[in-house]
Ligand binder design. Structure first.
Ligand SMILES: [Fe+2]
Length: 216
């Protein structure tokens, strides 16, 4: 097992984590996960790394994860992979922002859709798409095959789990999604979440109080 080179950027007023991911620190191609805001900063980061963005991957379509999709897609020409049932949200972002004072964000018509079960080969990475609903109805997790890393959006956090009170959210569904991730990844798997710090499957399995209901 090895680890991909991951650069994480916390962006926007909701402090969302966007990740630029490549196979290793010499790789010239990368994918970007959840460009939520601050497109210029993300594009400058990619340029500073000397990488070409080969794809834009979305875990789900809450505005804080997709606010920079359109400008990043337009600047890079990279295709956007969007959870299938959340495509209408990406295509009309401002209609789905639940609070005042955010945006405006530019909408985008997804180039590709994912729903879980796909195996993607992008930027020299093999990515398994795992359906992980509960925080949002179409939420997916991107698991880097053979590299012990997952990009899990707002499913599992360091010491916490995703909220389920937004439209389409459901608590028991979220816990089943977390169980799927725990059952299919070893303890050393690094979890790159959509908010707060990086963690591991093992650390959350051992200490996350919200996961106690999954034990036994
Ligand atoms: Fe979210």
């Amino acid at each position: 097992m090895s680890s991909p080179d991951v650069r994480s950027f916390t962006v926007g007023p909701v402090q969302e984590n966007c990740h630029i991911v490549r196979a290793d620190a010499q790789a010239k191609r990368a994918v970007i996960v959840d460009p939520g805001d601050e497109p210029e900063r993300l594009l400058q980061a990619a340029e500073a790394l000397g990488v070409e963005i080969e794809a834009i991957l979305l875990t789900h379509c809450h505005f804080d994860h997709i606010g920079a999709v359109a400008p990043v897609a337009e600047a890079t020409g990279a295709p956007v992979y969007c959870p299938e049932i959340e495509v209408p949200i990406l295509a009309n972002i401002m209609a789905f922002v639940p609070w005042e004072g955010f945006g405006p964000f530019e909408s985008y018509e997804a180039d590709e859709t994912v729903k879980g079960g796909e195996a993607l080969e992008l930027a020299g990475l093999e990515l398994d798409v795992v359906f992980t609903p509960g925080h949002s109805p179409g939420h997916v997790t991107y698991s880097v095959r053979g590299e012990d890393a997952i990009f899990s959006g707002d499913v599992l956090f360091q010491g916490s789990v995703g909220r389920v009170d937004l439209p389409g959210g459901d608590g028991p569904t979220l816990m089943e999604s977390i169980r799927t991730l725990l059952d299919s990844h070893p303890d050393e798997t690094v979890v790159y979440p959509g908010h707060m710090g990086t963690t591991t499957i093992g650390a959350e399995r051992a200490t996350n109080p919200f996961l106690a209901v999954l034990a036994g």
